[in-house]
Design a binder for this molecule. Sequence first.
Ligand SMILES: [Zn+2]
Length: 109
Amino acid sequence: MIVVAPFLFSKRFRALAVYPFIFVATAADARDAVLVQHERIHFRQQKELLFVFFYLFYALDFLRNMFVYLGNAHKAYRYICFEQEAYTFEHDANYLSARKLFAWWKFLG
Ligand SMILES: [Zn+2]
């Protein structure tokens, strides 16, 4: 379910997936197929990690990346394994039907 909630967002972020909701900043974002596909990939990751482990690993990978990229928060975010999978396949509408379980694992680097 897509919820338009502009108050949740800054200029840097446009969407947030918290299964079963995709929160977006604007009505135009709700119609953005690439953005919605990106968030649906996060849904799959969240479900296979029973939600709590998704948020835990997401935070740990971000912190690890903050060390690796010397405090560059944007890079630390972009190189989170879950974001890498979502950005890599957000343009592929068929990705989720062929995706293997724990596909984010190969983006851990
Ligand atoms: Zn993302």
